[in-house]
Ligand binder design. Structure first.
Ligand code: MSP
Length: 642
């Protein structure tokens, strides 16, 4: 089966940013999923170069527009490469293959009477490349609330496209195809807009020469939106190219909400007039906005350089954040702080931590060799059924252009696996030779879940299966969607824990706090041990009440390199993750602490120990020369200790 997905073609008047990257990454995730499902995919992106604003920018810089555009186009291509975007074709509207199709379409529409010549008089917004009727203009400004740029008065001879003629046919199509415009809110908005009455559209300009010439009247250049929309078929070699025959109609045109109107009105009417089938779906997602709700855009100056961000966090983490943060139909908020939190919570803790726990246990208890699963118990049956259910959910949501919903679904499985490790307590099973088979079953289930997660993550974060492959012995099946089936990991596979999949990022404010704390502070639990039986001065109840003691669950534990006594713990405090450095390495194997619930002094000033900011202290009792960490059973993380 063939599958054709497109992104808008971007104006190369400035470098791409996080906001423009979203659509391309979302389309890439869908394209990857479809390839994994064995579909023959054509994924198209590109640049919209015949825009008036390009000449203005280039003129402003005193350089030739094409030269200017060439440089920016390279940036787009470079960014997509860094983001692991694997498109099949990149179209530039300055290419001859595109111009030829635009001219052909213009000629045909003119020949059949759908394009006619008249005089245009009205307002034009160059940043939006949109004609506006007088009644919409407010104080000489573009009515788009995100633009508000000054509009210009235009009076020139132009060609017009008879949109009005196709109004009823378009409405009937929308009515008959509920999936044509999505999500539903945009569909309703478009139905209202079209029912309000379509005016014929001015489709040529004479006051500048940059663009594609009207073939039979070359002092006119084709209106940039008419030109741009045609890219979706010119790239396929319309009308008789092999790709056109194979891939048209498009399965999805993905885009931001601001340009749905062009795709839901002008584009289908061009196709109706040409007698070409309409695309199956036009999906308009929200925008990335800043914390004040303003659209992330170059002109607002609230963008961070996408290349810098990629260097700092890597493609998988950026892709994850963008795809996870834009809820279906709504806007997503972008801030670097939010991104770091997501990376730490979802990727470093939930996913990364499960992967290292799973593989470390096999290393530790079975010398790195995955044991045979044995007969599944009730929990394992439930887990394999959940994997299949999650897998169907991910597929359904992603194909419906809802990557955030798909990732939410996927994380149900990640959460279940973390819980499974806690419930089955392999460190306890390991102590009892009679539990050997039970431990084998748990170890297999965990290792297999790592593999399955590698497959599930692949469309969203293509680097994850790549990085898991060597940890799973190099031979594990991680490529096709069918690889997501439960039970394909061969017993006997040699696994290794490796480096963390997503190293935790320390938020800068902790660094700032930490700079005020001494770097030489004594490890807290060592102090506990050194207390001996010495009494301290009496304190009042009020003084005691100042100490915030809480239950926290250990998510991760590892030795601090080059020390004998220190462990670096990551603990969960009712959803918040803290890093705590504790002087108990001489008394506990890190693995034995994972999943255990300890008592944390939660309001202790952060202190830096061996370069690590410790955000609290866990309580331990001196037992002779030994130390016993205080642990609780029933209380949940976050519970107060009084
Ligand atoms: N050239 C036209 C599209 C022609 S398609 C035939 C265009 N280009 S654009 O570069 O201005 O915008 C391209 C896409 O980027 C749009 O879908 C727009 O919604 C999207 N985004 C631009 N800023 C964005 C955010 N801050 N957030 C999400 N998407 C954003 O329009």
């Amino acid at each position: 089966m063939s599958y054709y997905i497109t992104t808008p073609i971007y104006y190369p008047n400035s470098s791409p940013h996080i906001g423009t990257a979203y659509t391309t990454i979302a389309a890439d995730a869908i394209a990857r999923l479809q390839r994994m499902r064995g579909q023959e995919v054509h994924f198209l992106t590109g640049t919209d170069e015949n825009s008036q604003k390009i000449i203005r920018t280039a003129d402003g810089l005193g350089i030739n527009p094409l030269e200017y555009v060439d440089g920016i186009v390279e940036k787009f291509r470079g960014l997509w490469q860094l983001c692991d975007v694997r498109y099949d074709d990149f179209i530039r509207t300055t290419e001859e293959r595109h111009a030829a199709v635009v001219q052909r379409v213009f000629q045909q529409l003119h020949d059949q009477g759908d394009i006619y010549k008249a005089e245009y008089e009205g307002w034009y917004c160059t940043p939006c490349e949109t004609f506006w009727p007088e009644k919409k203009i407010v104080e000489g400004q573009c009515p788009n609330e995100w633009c508000r740029h000054e509009v210009e008065w235009m009076k020139e001879e132009s060609y017009f496209f008879r949109l009005s003629k196709y109004q009823e046919r378009l409405l009937a199509h929308i009515e008959a195809h509920p999936d044509f415009i999505r999500p539903v809110s945009r569909r309703n908005e478009m139905t209202r807009f079209i029912s309000g009455g379509l005016e014929d559209l001015c489709v040529s300009r004479t006051t500048f020469q940059w663009g594609i010439k009207v073939p039979f009247d070359p002092k006119h250049v084709v209106y940039v939106w008419l030109d741009a929309l045609i890219n979706y078929i010119s790239a396929l070699g319309y009308p008789d190219g092999e790709l056109f025959r194979k891939f048209w109609p498009a399965d999805v045109h993905l885009m931001g909400k601001d340009i749905v109107r062009f795709h839901a009105v002008i584009w289908p009417i061009i196709l109706l007039a040409l007698g070409v089938p309409l695309p199956r779906r036009i999906y308009g997602h929200g925008w990335f906005v800043d914390r004040e709700g303003g659209k992330i855009s170059k002109s607002r100056g609230n963008v961070q350089d996408a290349f810098d961000l990629l260097k700092r966090y890597g493609s998988d983490a950026i892709r994850y954040f963008l795809l996870r943060e834009m809820q279906s139909g709504a806007d997503g908020t972008y801030s670097e702080d939010d991104m770091v939190t997501r990376i730490n919570v979802d990727l470093a803790n939930d996913l990364g931590n499960f992967v290292s726990r799973a593989l470390a246990m096999t290393e530790r208890y079975r010398g790195g060799i995955v044991p045979a699963a044995g007969a599944p118990g009730a929990r394992e049956e439930e887990i394999s059924a959940l994997a299949a259910e999650v897998w169907r959910g991910v597929e359904m949501k992603l194909l419906a252009c809802d990557p955030a919903g798909a990732l939410e679904e996927l994380w149900r499985f990640v959460a279940r696996m973390n819980k499974y490790v806690d419930e089955s307590a392999p460190w306890t099973l390991a102590k009892d030779p009679a539990e050997r088979e039970n431990l084998d079953r748990v170890l297999y289930t965990c290792a297999e879940a790592v593999r399955v997660l590698g497959v599930f993550c692949a469309p969203f974060m293509p680097g994850v299966p790549e990085r898991l492959r060597p940890l799973l012995g190099g031979e594990a099946r991680l490529e096709l969607w069918a690889d997501g089936q439960w039970g394909l990991l061969a017993p006997g596979t040699r696994v290794q824990k490796g480096a963390p999949l997503f190293p935790r990022i320390d938020l800068s404010q902790f660094e700032a706090e930490a700079n005020t704390a001494a770097d030489t502070a004594e490890p807290p639990a060592e102090r506990a041990g050194a207390l001996g039986g010495q009494a301290k001065e009496m304190i009042s109840l009020e003084e005691f009440a100042k100490i915030d003691l809480r239950v926290a669950r250990v998510l991760k534990a590892e030795k601090v390199p080059k020390t004998d006594k220190l462990l670096r713990l990551e603990v969960d405090l009712a959803g918040e993750t803290r890093v705590v450095v504790s002087g108990i390495a001489g008394h506990y194997e890190p693995e034995a602490l994972i999943g255990r619930k300890v008592v944390l002094v939660a309001n202790l000033q952060p202190a830096k120990l061996r370069g690590i900011v410790s955000q609290g202290m866990i309580l331990a009792a001196a037992a002779g020369d030994d130390l016993e960490v205080l642990m609780v059973n029933a209380a949940e993380p976050g519970a107060e200790v009084r």
